[in-house]
Design a protein around this ligand. Sequence first.
Ligand SMILES: Cc1cc2nc3c(=O)[nH]c(=O)nc-3n(C[C@H](O)[C@H](O)[C@H](O)COP(=O)(O)OP(=O)(O)OC[C@H]3O[C@@H](n4cnc5c(N)ncnc54)[C@H](O)[C@@H]3O)c2cc1C
Length: 304
Amino acid sequence: MADVFIPGSLEEAVGFLTDHPATAMPIAGGTDLLVDTRTGRARPDRLVDLSGLREIGGFELDGELLRLGALARIRSIELDPELGRRATALVEAARVLGSVQIRTMATVGGNLCHGTPSAEMPPALLVHEAVAEITGIGGQYSIPLADFFVAPGRTVLAPGDLLTSVRARVPSSRAGSCYLRQTVRWSMDLAGVGVSASVHVQGGAVSNARVALSAVAPVPMLVAGLEDTVVGTDLAPEVLAEAGRQAAEACSPISDARGTADYRRQVVSVLVPRALRIAWLRATGSWPEGSPAPVNGVWTREQR
Ligand SMILES: Cc1cc2nc3c(=O)[nH]c(=O)nc-3n(C[C@H](O)[C@H](O)[C@H](O)COP(=O)(O)OP(=O)(O)OC[C@H]3O[C@@H](n4cnc5c(N)ncnc54)[C@H](O)[C@@H]3O)c2cc1C
């Protein structure tokens, strides 16, 4: 049974973690860490309970800038109507994470810091140009979220470092985003493939686009080089198909209980065009306001 330390400030939390680098771990919602302690994957003697640190909770929009506190709960993201309009991918990713009970406890920071390759938040944040803000004993620093993940279950965080917030860009017009995932079961399952896309439109053509993937590489990844294919186009079917092909080639999935590597690549080649298309329809105002992306990436008859 681990001792629990309740810090009064961020500084105190960092100080305690730095003093006990081998034995103490931060705990936020506990939905990953408590499972890990049961399975023996983590064996902390001391837990630093972050949940009272208001300065790293909540989220706010300031113009095009979204600041998400590390302790922002997944459920509060899912239910926010403004985020639903401006950061649709994020809300769609939040909506499919675990169950209501899990989402009520789970935090954005925990989802990122656990370093799970199939985690929901990373691809949705990567397409919004997210930057991770970290505080450690050496002070504060920021790093693009694309460089935050090192290996399965590992991030750049050193002992004593805490993720404090994530900054993301969420344009208010002519932009759309989307998150789709494939799972073996339709609910309470981890992604076999996760795909997020964002599209900016100017003058009837794509001016900027990003695609990010999860569960198909050791770490969540942005697909590099897609801009050359999609920028300046109106995402005609052949352009979308080429984007899907490039994304499938760029990833490096493994075969496991959720699918073979070949199957996952094929799913990527199908979901990337769909995610880009939905993001485009949202950016151009052609997607019904508030209408969610298809469940499990599969269109219903009404959505076709
Ligand atoms: C039944 C079940 C279903 C789930 N389904 C999904 C799913 O569909 N999709 C999905 O992505 N995840 C899923 N999860 C995983 C989990 O709920 C999420 O990853 C959650 O967001 C973790 O957040 P947390 O606050 O509970 O993290 P915690 O468990 O508190 O912490 C996770 C890790 O991050 C570290 N940590 C936490 N906060 C910080 C911080 N600010 N700075 C530095 N380190 C920190 C902790 O030390 C720990 O190592 C599921 C979990 C369960 C139990």
